[in-house]
Write a protein that binds this ligand. Structure first.
Ligand code: COA
Length: 440
């Protein structure tokens, strides 16, 4: 039995860059038949962004479009619109992330698609919620992060680098794709009951803000009492009227910080920026006792400056200094091993290089190797982030630009003559550029 959860689900994928494609790639990995619409001769912009070889598609494109089909289609031409209409009539899900207003201009708004196929679910990604004063702006990752209070609360809170800082994680892009995925899967379940598709609108702003929920918690607390005990500014520093940047604090009630360690190997030299470990002291008395035993800090157990969680919040600078000293003559792995044995939450700071060379992560899900074939060969990407007890995606290559055009058009019932005509009139292939006039 094929246990692919979305087997038989047809997806028309009118997305590009990262946010939309990350969503439709998950749909493909869950077994849906995903047909990616790409502009003839151009394709998704990421095909030619950050390439390692100007003649080959970039890892950017490859990592976000595996297991999809590519149909090149100019949706601005009458034939293009007719083909898209046929596709939509057969589709379970239509997804798009063009700039605000673009889909309406092309003639494929939610209202139109819903009329063409009432069962079709329509997923949209835009930068901002419809109610926002910025609803008409185009958006990329940093725009989502700066407008959703992510950047204002990230980075050093003192010194010359005290500026709004982006997270390295794609809170606005792939995170938005995953949020839309939740909406689409919910809509599929709902359709089981109602028989009707719905409109799922996902803004990058909302997806990003959803991950900044605890910052709104902090703002509420700050408004009430004027300070936040988890920040280094507490108890002696100053708080303003908004949540400060958080440096490396843990962010919740537990006390965490990043500590410099001694170098541990070729990827972890004295100069290596990632030669650090993160250590957390939990609030519970038993957990704190274990941490003290692990580091030989038993004197803290009877010292009123440290033996309660509230006292530790008031003396965090001394705690940072002492744990820092304790870590300095150990590697990040030694610290992790020692503290891990005592149940202290701890983790080494891992670089991308180190992560991607960790063979234990190639378990068929965390990191996966996809064979793209040709000059590209094998490349590494992040697999489906959850596991299912009865299903494991098989990870196939990303499509060539327009690589499935004939196959998709044939399946829609077009004859070979019609398919050839679409290629000749610019619907599925770029029109030949007229030859330059011969010089006299
Ligand atoms: C990402 C973004 C900023 C790019 O904006 P852009 O450079 O204007 O590119 P778009 O793809 O949206 O639109 C370009 C044009 O190509 C057209 N186009 C795209 N695919 C087409 C196709 N297959 N056939 C015909 N036309 C097509 C669009 O209709 C649009 O035409 P218009 O400008 O006449 O309206 C914008 O799409 C956006 O804000 N999207 C929503 C948020 C988002 O997902 N951001 C990306 C995060 S990774």
């Amino acid at each position: 039995m094929n246990t692919a959860p979305l087997q038989g689900i047809k997806v028309v994928d009118f997305t590009e860059v990262q946010s939309g494609p990350s969503c439709t790639q998950m749909l493909a990995w869950l077994g849906a038949d995903v047909i990616k619409i790409e502009r003839p001769g151009v394709g998704d912009a990421t095909r030619k962004e950050l390439q390692f070889n100007p003649d080959l598609p970039s890892y950017y494109y490859l990592q976000l479009n595996s297991d999809k089909k590519s149909l090149t289609l100019d949706a601005k031409t009458p034939d293009g619109k007719a083909i898209l209409t046929k596709l939509i009539k057969e589709a379970d899900i239509f997804v798009e992330n063009l700039h605000p207003g673009a889909m309406d201009k092309l003639g494929f708004s939610w209202e139109v698609v819903h009329q063409l196929n009432p069962r079709c679910i329509y997923g949209t990604i835009k930068g901002f919620p419809l109610s926002s004063k910025y609803a008409n702006l185009k958006a990329y990752e940093p725009i989502a992060q700066v407008t959703a209070a992510a950047a204002s609360t990230t980075g050093p809170y003192t010194g010359p680098d005290n500026i709004p800082t982006q997270s390295g994680a794609a809170l606005g892009d792939s995170n938005t794709g995953m949020h839309l995925l939740i909406g689409l899967l919910a809509a599929l379940c709902q359709r089981e009951k109602t028989g009707e598709g719905v409109y799922v609108y996902q803004s990058m702003h909302n997806a990003c803000l959803n991950l900044c929920r605890i910052k709104t918690r902090d703002q509420l607390t700050l408004d009430k009492i004027g300070y936040l005990t988890q920040f280094p500014q507490y108890p002696n520093g100053k708080f303003g009227d908004c949540v400060p940047r958080s440096g490396n604090i843990e962010g919740g009630g537990v006390l965490g910080w990043t500590y410099k360690c001694k170098p541990s190997g070729p990827m972890d030299s004295e100069e290596d920026a990632n030669n650090y470990v993160y250590v957390i002291l939990q609030r519970g008395a038993k957990d704190f006792e274990l941490a003290c035993q692990a580091m030989g800090f038993e004197d803290w157990l009877t010292n009123p400056d440290f033996n309660t969680a509230d006292a530790r919040d008031r003396h965090k600078q001394e705690i940072y200094a002492r744990i820092g000293q304790w870590c300095a003559d150990k590697t990040k792995y030694e610290v992790t091993e020692i503290l891990g044995k005592y149940g202290v939450p701890v983790g080494p700071v891992i670089s991308t290089k180190e992560l991607m060379t960790d063979e234990t992560l190639y378990d068929g899900n965390t990191l996966v190797k996809i064979n793209q074939g040709g000059e590209i060969g094998e490349f590494v990407t992040v697999g489906c982030p959850f596991t299912m007890s009865n299903y494991q995606p098989t990870y196939g290559p990303a499509p060539e630009l327009g690589g499935n055009t004939e196959e998709v058009l044939t399946a829609l019932g077009y004859t070979q003559d019609e398919i050839n005509a679409f290629a000749a009139n610019g619907t599925t292939k770029p029109l030949a550029t007229p030859a330059a006039p011969a010089s006299k």
